[in-house]
Design a protein around this ligand. Structure first.
Ligand SMILES: *Cc1c(COP(=O)(O)O)cnc(C)c1O
Length: 384
């Protein structure tokens, strides 16, 4: 249950809104950094999970670098204090304008997803008289065993460069004067909860690193991306992800050569559990087959259930009555605007506050104005 001390304060705020538990965010972030530092690993926070300024400033202070997927994210990261030297930049469709922005900032690496992109970065860097540090984003053909929309490391996905292209890419890079290959990059998907997947990734990274070494390429950096999942079913018993086991896997299975720096790009695992969407019950509608709890928050505020059939645990913050079974739905004119089906919730009435839990990652940032609704505001545990 979300900390009850906040419920009284929530009653004074216009719903729906995002609420962030800053204490939990800090504890999660500090745990991740402490576990990574045991092995000298560097974590870049993936801004696309949540690019809220207060969250970014907090994570920067705790010691994260940044992982960006657009020039606007690079600008946002810089505005929130991240040093450009710690910004990695991925994305299959980087435009000239975006590449030029990144070159001007002098970022850590461009994680390159295709040969034409590498050639274009070389051209744009040459025009500025610069040399761009790049990583090749590898498509390792590893199944992340997650939702098909958030799997990125299979050959059928649009991301990265596959093994059959390595010779051509290596020869090309050797011939280019304004790009400098410093790293290989891997990111195979998101919401990965089976830790075995990361073991498989490690052995693929070892194999691929060998191929590059056999071509005479020794790299000072290696970046294994993110994707570590959170427990959406049990946001209270599993508040903080098992970072210890996660980093142990890489320490045990990944072969780094001397002085090679390993990088991670975690998003969801850092911010997922610290956020909730707080919404109010507009009506309870009893049908013959079902009872519907209709809340004022919807898919425009939090689209993940509609987009990926994702589960976010709903909780009635204001009723202590016995549990009933409900569908919890939003007000928007789409059947997919449904937070949960056949869900147990304390007996609910008009006016009750419902928290939609584990909404710190890929929620507020995906909000839209569909149905001409207002964008939800954000509130923080240390400010309300
Ligand atoms: C989205 C993304 C991440 C973060 O993924 P999480 O599942 O949130 O950890 C990391 N790297 C890249 C390249 C991404 O696109």
């Amino acid at each position: 249950m979300l900390n009850q001390s906040f419920t009284e304060k929530f009653k004074k705020i216009q719903t729906p809104f995002y609420f962030y538990d800053i204490e939990l965010l800090k504890k999660t972030a500090q745990t991740a950094i402490a576990e990574a530092e045991k092995y000298g690993y560097k974590i870049h926070y993936a801004l696309k999970a949540n690019s809220n300024r207060k969250i970014l400033k907090t994570l920067k202070t705790i010691g994260f670098g940044a992982d960006c997927v657009s020039a606007n994210e690079i600008i946002r990261a810089a505005e929130c204090g991240f040093d450009a030297k710690h910004i990695a930049y991925a994305g299959v469709g980087k435009t000239d304008r975006e590449i030029n922005t990144a070159l001007d900032f002098g970022i850590f690496t461009f994680n390159c997803e295709s040969l034409p992109e590498i050639e274009n970065i070389n051209k744009l860097a040459a025009e500025k008289g610069k040399t761009a540090d790049i990583a090749i984003r590898i498509n390792p053909n590893v199944d992340a065993h997650t939702h098909e929309y958030i799997t990125t490391g299979l050959e059928e996905n649009k991301f990265g460069i596959s093994e059959w292209q390595f010779d051509e890419v290596i020869n090309k890079i050797k011939s280019l004067t304004n790009v400098n290959l410093i790293s290989l990059h891997f990111h195979i998907g998101s919401q990965i909860t089976d830790m075995k997947v990361f073991e498989v990734l490690c052995s693929r990274v070892n194999q691929i690193q060998k191929i590059f070494e056999n071509s005479g390429i020794k790299l000072p950096h290696l970046n294994v991306g993110g994707g570590l999942g959170v427990d959406y079913q049990n946001p209270d018993t599993n508040q903080i992800v098992d970072f210890k086991s996660y980093f142990e896997i890489f320490n045990k299975h990944l072969h780094l050569h001397d002085n090679q720096q390993l990088h991670f790009e975690l998003g969801r695992a850092i911010v997922g559990q610290c956020g909730s969407l707080i919404t109010q019950v507009v009506y309870v509608k009893h049908g013959r087959q079902k009872s519907f709890v209709i809340v004022d928050g919807g898919m425009s505020d939090l689209i993940r259930p509609a987009l990926y059939k994702a589960y976010h645990k709903p909780e009635n913050l204001t009723s202590a009555k016995a549990e009933q079974i409900y569908d919890i739905v939003g007000p928007i004119c789409e059947s997919s605007d449904c937070f949960a089906k056949n869900e147990k919730l304390n007996e609910t009435q008009r006016g009750d506050l419902i928290a939609i839990r584990s909404a710190g990652a890929y929620c507020e940032i995906m909000a839209s104005q569909y149905n001409l609704r207002e964008l939800p505001k954000a509130y923080y545990s240390d400010e309300i």
